[in-house]
Design a protein around this ligand. Sequence first.
Ligand SMILES: [Zn+2]
Length: 686
Amino acid sequence: MARRLLVTSALPYANGPLHLGHMLEHIQTNVWVRFQRLRGRRVAYFCGDDTHGTATMVRARKEGASEEVLIAEMNLAHQRDFKAFDVEFDHYGSTHSPANRARCGEVWAALRQKGMVTEREVTQLFDPVAGTFLADRFVKGKCPRCGTPDQYGDACESCGSTYAAGDLKDPVSTLSGARPELRSAPHLFVQIDQLRDFLKEFVATPGRLQSEVENYLTNFFLSEPLRDWDVSRPAPYFGFEIPDAPGHYWYVWFDAPIGYMAATAEWCEKTGEAFDDWWRSPDTEIVHFIGKDITYFHTLFWPAMLKSSGFELPSRVHVHGFLTVNGGKMSKSRGTFLLASSYAEHLDPQQLRYYLASKLGSGVHDLDLDLGEFVAKVNADLVGKVVNLASRTARFVEATGLSEAYPEDGGLFRQAAMAGDDIAEAYEACDFARAMRTVMALADRANEYVDRVEPWKLAKAPERAAELRDVCTVVLNLYRQIVIYLAPVLPGLATKSSELLGAPLGAWSEAATPAVGTPIGRFSHLMQRVDPKKVEAFLAAHAPPAGSEEAAAETAGTATPSSTEDDGGPLAAEPLAAECTIDDFSKVDLRVARVVAAEELPEAKKLIKLTLSLGGGVTRTVFAGIKSAYAPASLVGRLVVVVANLAPRKMKLGTSEGMVIAAGPGEKEIFILSPDSGAKPGQRVH
Ligand SMILES: [Zn+2]
């Protein structure tokens, strides 16, 4: 039986519009889905909006609208954006649907029946004005360890320590500005450790996870008992009330992945398919595409839920890195929080699909959107190499069509046909960058051929008409192969090209046999060059007006109300410290250091691991809480100032041997200090 695939992309959160970071994931998944279909496999591709949780509730209160209205509007906006990027689903659902409620109930009943649910009191900060418990992200205060103000309730961005929200000094609710109080409420937990042996086997199954993901899970989670998973929230909460625990709601992360099943169920309803053929059949392979930030939800909690309730397990979970823009994290204040709808207004979505594909390897690395490189690459590859093949030949055979027999071409067509297996293997492994490189090498060879045979010269000699027809037949067949190989990435180009070539390009196997004797349509523009002015206009659309709310507000996808404490300026936010003497100051040994390595730690949300050189072969390892503001690669080579005699501090990830000094309140607003040029590593700062 042919492989039947059920493929999902992670559900975007219903609290904001789609940005290019979402598109990285959905384009990636969609390319893979289109590839599988081109290979003749049956694929159902599902997604939907993730709707529940405090953030939606808070936004609805702020806007004075109901949650249902907000999420319905957002669902339509998301679907519109996906369509503009040729990302097509078999069904796009919502976690706030009767189908999802029903499946949640089914999974829940199974967990209860297996004795995996337990109840415990949880003490949490409660906002007495807003009348709600506060997730860590909705509390700010001074770090209990180092005293840095304006830190979130889970970890300090300045010193990197982690703590419970209740330990923050002078805590403030970011919802109402009120001082939160500690209150306790019963929560329901899933005792996931009961399934630890199963999960060890799950993550170690060959082909299921990328090796770096498997190692991360094995070393950081599965080597010790798994903590019980808190899956309920007391009212008020926007979500589904738990049937056997009135006043309590399933936590958003409980119902979100079940949304994949709900979307399937709605599609089955529509098409007459049987749900169990897709979720309870060994003939279906379930493949999830996700970002690295939600790895453990999909590789620990989710398989535990599926296993307990008798559903098929995912055969593959493909994890990808984040999208950065021009070397930095996407940021509203820097004008790089790029919205999908705005991109589609200014630029060609196909070209972004190609650019991302050309940079997507099979690993978990972040991918940088460098807009200068984008312009250069799209123009050189797609316009200069690929489309050019058709534009330099098609018009010469408009009247005659292709030759009746495929002419001698020195082995070019055969070589390109043979490359099909390599390209397919790269697609299968999600190494799209390798697939694109191989295709572009074929395009290079085809262009060399065109340059050698010079069809435009043949066209001037009427007695060489047969030769001209043969030459164009070769080039258009090489073009056709290339377009088939690119079709998962560029479905629009494939459609236009099939009109030009008078035949559908709907199967991978068509690249193995040349087309002969077919009529050629009228040549029309297949793709425009990227106009750098349009890129500028696209970027300009995101530049926040100075002093605007966007300039202060940050991170999207998450409702992070901006702090109002900045009203009196930085001095008011952080008053001057008590006086110290010159002797006090000289106890602190500040040194110039050069960053020789900066490592991203997938397991750390905020930290970057820096290797600093103090000159003379002396290096220091420092874990700096600057990930929200700096891409690791942008740090390598620069000079910084480090507190060199700070007592080493043991952290979960290793020992930090110093501190890099920086200004700013945190998040995107962290500014590392550096000496003027000429300073040398090791020099003391006096
Ligand atoms: Zn701290």
